[in-house]
Design a protein around this ligand. Structure first.
Ligand code: HT7
Ligand code: ZN
Length: 872
């Protein structure tokens, strides 16, 4: 297949300053008339052909300046026009015919539950009309939509509504005009019969904006939390980044068939309904937090993505990394900053580190791709956000903000590159950011090795950096790593130093730039305990010579919540890896009492937020443990080791955990706020431990039965299903939940997920059976992700069973999904990405499954790309 390369970027010969679209909607025969103002770029020869992108298109007619044009070559994938007018501008009219009902790929125009909707990022617009479908072609759009009024009373597009009226045959129309030039990937249309929750927002400049969230009739009430999150996001972007909204309306539509979380189309965001609909009976606290974050993320794109967009898809992180950073900061301000940071780092390590350490590793700004859809990755999004965070750390809050202000001022209305972004920060700070820029261009997680020693008032840190080789990058250059740190004295207070030599130390940050350096801090009053990479200031792995008692000390005393969490997490990980080795060697597992004591005292420490305590006493997942073991992994032994530590901590803290569990019982009215969610989180983690006791099933059953919200209901059912699988109580809870939620697809997704992640060999049969459940649909991405995605990515022992049966089953299922929705099959296939870190027998089975996919006739470019790169 074709490979696209960053260095091949060329501006196009033609521009499209204005785009006028008419849609005559019909489920199987939609007519699209694209009336395009085409402009030849100055200096381009008039004989240059105009080559437009298409994908699976059915061309009906072409006119040039109002006259039928025959000098063209059209295939479903391309339209080449020759003999064009000599004039710099001309009008091109293209008519295409679409079949929205047949579109199961969910790119372009499709119908979800009877609602017409579009998804154009990254290359979906070319499935609607022939176009210069690339993000550096900015056009002013005017859109007319015609449809039967009964079927689609609601007709929405980008920008502001400008006209509407009746047509013959009970049809009607609406026209929308978006004054802001935009790339085609931000085009959107929605038409259908939906209910609406309305509100308004007055911007800092006094502009009244009408807000609408469109959902299935009867579900309007469930959009209230999303609406509140939207208004908070709009205010926050004004206060923190000085960004004001720029249209008269802002609409959000929730649809049930959607490939990702949401889409930031200008003035008309389209959402997966999972990230809009919520009340206490249907959504968990995690759902509420996700809704808040995703509503904010898509809204923030209005400036970082829409007003300033990407020159080409290699620059995807320009909008995504920056916007994730902005939504992280928003959530940190709305909730607890410390807790939010821990959750972010856990997600980064779980999703991005394996990517960077496996065959799918790529730089935050990739240099080549076969299928751009496969680069909406944790590296582009989450590591991309970490890079922006490091920039803010290096420059300091005020200079960072000055740089952002300059970015908006200098590049508003443009399609930019990472170089443009870095340049504004160089200009406001006067610094050279070329070494820092490597974070965008070099893949792999850097390692830092740190050896501390202390003598006569001088602390010496020997620091070495290395970046492991990754596919197609065997030799690595040295990075600029901002390492935030603190020196802690025996009384728990921060120690000062009089001078530092051998490197740059500035505002609590060590700037690591060389391969190795010896940093000396003079005038340090006593041997300090080191708190390193505070707040996870750099996405690196650290190997520090640190005594267990220092880690225990940090877990109790570090003033940085992240540092505190990290210390205990390191202790837990070390204990789990030691236990894993015992299991492999056929020995009994042994754990230090200090671990159980520490877990008990953190859980009970009322000076700490409950949400923090919940995170701290949650053991690393099986996947986390496997990642830290690194190679030759036997997932069954990981499971046994983890269970042993849960049992050990539970046994040692039985009474205090029980008392705390009772004490946290909330009887007041439900609130989704962070404090209430934190109490529920702690109580539910404690439930997991208590489930190990003799009366564990009773406690979990009672938890399930008395639950007054979805978070507790899921915790009760999940604990029964996972800790006592197959028990009458687990079966009863699952049956009860199913009966009560059978007509609620989003709730049933949770039911699928819990069952798909029950560890062990039985999971495969469970998943096979559930695929035949009436609530399951292979066409719906949410269903598929809940059942098959959770199984492959969230069930280590079930998916990686030693006989390879789950791999074969999964490969076959992917091939089936691939025929309908390649984006979905490719994303699911990334579950194989760490196959080389398994023990040899499983490795071979996984390899065979990948090979069987690659050999499949008609495999999509998307899935083929993931499978081939995984094998390379
Ligand atoms: N910018 C969007 C990314 C996206 C997407 C969304 C929905 C369906 C398919 C998609 N492909 C790419 C979402 C975001 O990051 O904000
Ligand atoms: Zn985004």
């Amino acid at each position: 297949g074709q490979v696209f390369r960053l260095e091949d970027y060329r501006p196009s010969d033609y521009l499209i300053p204005r785009t006028h679209l008419t849609f005559r909607l019909d489920p199987i025969r939609t007519i699209v008339i694209a009336d395009l103002t085409i402009e030849r770029r100055a200096g381009v020869d008039p004989s240059a052909p105009l080559i437009l992108d298409g994908d699976d298109l059915n061309l009906k007619r072409i006119e040039l300046d109002g006259i039928e044009h025959t000098a063209h070559e059209a295939t479903p994938e391309r339209l080449v026009l020759k003999d064009l007018p000599e004039t710099a501008q001309f009008q091109l009219t293209i008519e295409t015919e679409l079949e929205p009902d047949r579109n199961k790929a969910l790119m372009g125009l499709y119908r979800s539950n009877g609602v017409y909707c579009t998804q154009c990022e990254p290359e979906g617009f070319r499935r609607i009309s022939y176009f210069l479908d690339r993000p550096d072609i900015l056009s002013v759009y005017h859109v007319r939509i015609e449809a039967p009024r009964a079927e689609a009373p609601l007709l929405l597009s980008n920008g502001n509504p400008v006209d509407s009226g009746e047509l013959d045959n009970s049809r009607h129309f609406a026209e929308w005009h978006d004054p802001h030039p935009k790339p085609s990937y931000l085009f959107a249309l929605v038409a259908g019969d939906l209910g609406c929750l309305r509100d308004s927002f007055t911007t800092m400049g006094g502009r009244k904006v009408d807000l609408g969230i469109y959902v299935e009739h009867g579900k309007e009430r469930l959009a209230a939390y999303a609406m509140d999150a939207l208004k908070r996001s709009m205010r926050w972007d004004e206060e923190v980044f000085g960004r004001e909204y720029d249209l008269d309306v802002f609409n959000i539509v929730a649809v049930s068939d959607f490939n990702m979380g949401a889409m930031e189309n200008k003035g008309l965001n389209i959402f997966n309904d999972k990230y809009v609909l919520a009340d206490e009976a249907t959504a968990t606290d995690t759902d509420f937090a996700n809704i808040e974050a995703i509503i904010a993320h898509e809204y923030f794109h209005n400036w970082t993505g829409n007003r300033i967009t990407c020159r080409d898809w290699f620059q995807l992180c320009l909008k995504e990394g920056l916007t994730v950073f902005r939504d992280h900061e928003f959530s940190a301000d709305q909730r607890s900053r410390g807790v939010k940071r821990i959750a972010e780092v856990r997600a980064l390590k779980a999703l991005q580190f394996p990517e960077d350490q496996g065959p799918l590793a790529h730089p935050v700004r990739p240099r080549r791709y076969r299928e751009i859809n496969n680069f909406y990755t944790a590296t582009v999004y989450e590591k991309g956000s970490e890079v922006v965070r490091m920039l803010a750390t290096i420059l300091g809050r005020e200079t960072f903000r000055a740089g952002m202000d300059l970015y908006f001022e200098r590049h508003d209305g443009e399609a930019c590159t990472i170089e443009d972004f870095l340049k504004v920060f160089e200009d406001v700070s006067g610094r050279d950011l070329s070494q820092f820029g490597l974070w965008y261009n070099q893949s792999g997680t850097p390692n830092l090795t740190i050896k501390p020693s202390y003598e006569a008032g001088t602390l010496t840190l020997e620091i070495e950096q290395s970046v492991p080789p990754t596919p197609s990058e065997s030799r690595k250059r040295l990075m600029h790593i901002p390492l935030a740190f603190g020196l802690i004295g025996s009384d728990g207070r921060e120690l000062q130093w009089s001078s530092a030599e051998g490197g740059t130390v500035d505002g609590g940050v060590i700037h690591v730039r060389k391969r190795s350096q010896k940093l000396r801090f003079h005038g340090v009053a006593e041997r300090p305990v080191l708190s390193l990479n505070r707040g996870f200031s750099a996405p690196v792995t650290l190997a520090v010579e640190q005594r267990p008692e220092d880690l225990i000390f940090l877990a109790r005393h570090d003033s940085d919540p992240f540092g505190r969490w990290q210390a205990f997490n390191t202790l837990l990980t070390e204990a789990l890896i030691a236990a894993y080795r015992c299991v492999l060697g056929g020995k009994a597992t042994v754990f230090e009492d200090s671990i159980a004591r520490l877990a008990g005292s953190i859980a009970a420490d009322d000076d700490l937020e409950p949400a923090y305590r919940a995170l701290a006493i949650t053991l690393p997942s099986e996947a986390d443990i496997a990642r830290d073991i690194g190679k030759d992994i036997d997932p069954d032994a990981v499971l046994v080791a983890r269970k042993a530590l849960v049992g050990f901590i539970a046994g040692a803290n039985r009474d205090s955990f029980h008392a705390l569990y009772q004490h946290l019982h909330d009887t007041g009215p439900f609130s989704p706020d962070a404090a209430a969610a934190g109490r529920r989180a702690l109580r539910n983690v404690l439930l997991g431990y208590l489930a190990r006791s003799n009366d564990g099933t009773d406690i979990a059953t009672s938890h399930f039965t008395h639950a007054t919200n979805m978070t507790d209901l899921i915790a009760g059912m999940g604990t029964l299903a996972h800790e006592h699988p197959g028990s009458p109580q687990a079966r009863a809870a699952l049956a009860d939940f199913e009966r009560r939620h059978a007509d609620m697809p989003l709730a049933m997704d949770k039911w699928f997920q819990i069952q798909a992640t029950v560890p062990g060999e039985h999971a495969l049969e469970t998943v096979r059976t559930l695929m035949r459940h009436p609530s399951f649909s292979i066409d719906n991405p949410n269903r598929v992700r809940s059942l098959m995605g959770s199984f492959s990515a969230g069930n280590q022992s079930g998916f990686h069973r030693a006989d390879g049966a789950a791999y074969l089953f999964f490969a076959e299922a992917l091939m089936d999904i691939d025929k309908r929705n390649p984006q979905l099959s490719a994303r699911l296939a990334t579950a194989f990405r760490s196959w080389r870190s398994l023990e040899p027998i499983r490795q071979e089975k996984a390899r065979q499954a990948l090979v069987s996919m690659v050999k499949m006739p008609g495999i999509s470019v998307d899935l083929g790309d993931i499978a081939e790169r995984s094998l390379a």
